[in-house]
Structure formats: C-alpha cells, structure tokens
Design a protein around this ligand. Structure first.
Ligand code: SF4
Ligand code: SF4
Length: 165
C-alpha cells in the first residue's frame, strides 16, 4: 500500500484551543497563482466529516454572498470566488463545525504547503503541531476514527452520525 498522509484533526483542534494565537500550516493539493480564499485540506475535511449536514442549513441561509451550497452528496461546498470572508457561517453554525480561520481572504503564503511536492510535504509535517501529521502505510480505520479524504490523505476526526453505534 502506498504511503498516505494522516492528518489528525482532533490534535489540530486541541492545539488551537491551547494556543489561540496559533496559525496552522495549510496543506494544499494543487498549485494556484491566486492564494486568496484557497480551499485547504482542513476545510474539505471539516465539511466532509465534522459537519452535521443540517437539512435546512443555517450556514447557507445566513451567507450574504450565496457562497455556500450542498453538493450532490449533501456536503457543503464554498465558492471561494463569492465568499467575502464575513464569517457569518462560522458564527451561526450551532455545532461549531468550522474553525474560525478557514475563510481568510489574505492568507500568509509562508503557511501554505503544496503537498504534491515531497520537500514541501516534509516541511509541512515539521511545521504542524507535533504528531498531528504523520505518514502511514495503512488505510481507513473507522474504529480509530480514521477516514479517507482522497487517495493521498487520511483524516482522523470524530465522524458525525445520527446512527446508534
Ligand atoms: S450549520 Fe454547521 S453543521 Fe449545519 S450544515 Fe452548516 S456547517 Fe454543517
Ligand atoms: S464567510 Fe461569509 S461569505 Fe464566506 S461562506 Fe461564510 S457566510 Fe458566506
């Protein structure tokens, strides 16, 4: 099995709680000339795994820019070209799904890492809180709260489910 990048969202959240001034490094899986409003792996992971997927999603209703919508699988997606970074969606989400630093328009380029490049991947791992990003030779493991975001990335997080476990 090819090596995968395991991002522990639980550790990242805890690190942010322990240090409110912490600016997390951001992993990206594509290059872009426009660094404003990029969708990071954390944003993709949170909407996929942590979001409760509210039926009448208040985040969509409150967005003044019509920047949020659900995709065909019911997963919230943000149109970065429309988002004005007002954070109304962060405030109204009753479950605190989103981390407050998701929607910055002006990102610190020093914190962005292209994970398709081995050198940048190594730097990303070093820059992240200790133990929050690791390379593994395993795949999904729901009993350990580990799920695949894509073919390269595993995310460890508490998956929301309305089913009794
Ligand atoms: S309000 Fe929060 S939990 Fe509900 S759909 Fe929006 S982001 Fe997800
Ligand atoms: S930050 Fe504001 S504009 Fe952007 S998605 Fe959230 S509510 Fe919409």
């Amino acid at each position: 099995m090819a090596q995968m990048i395991l991002i522990d969202m639980i550790k990242l959240r805890n690190a942010m709680v322990e240090d409110s001034t912490l600016q997390l490094p951001e992993g990206l899986f594509y290059k872009s000339d426009n660094d404003n409003g990029l969708k990071t792996i954390r944003e993709l992971a949170v909407f996929r795994f942590t979001c409760r997927k509210c039926e009448d999603a208040p985040c969509i209703a409150v967005c003044p820019a019509d920047a949020l919508e659900k995709d065909k699988d019911g997963i919230i997606t943000r149109h970065t070209n429309l988002c004005i970074s007002c954070k109304s969606c962060v405030t109204i989400c009753p479950f605190g799904t989103m981390m407050t630093d998701f929607f910055k328009h002006h990102r610190n380029k020093d914190l962005l890492y292209d994970l398709t490049d081995q050198g940048e991947l190594d730097k990303f791992i070093q820059a992240c809180p200790v133990g929050s990003v690791t390379m593994v030779n395993s795949g999904e493991s729901p009993q350990e709260n580990i799920y695949a975001l894509n073919e390269n990335i595993l995310v460890k997080d508490y998956l929301y489910t309305s089913e009794k476990l």
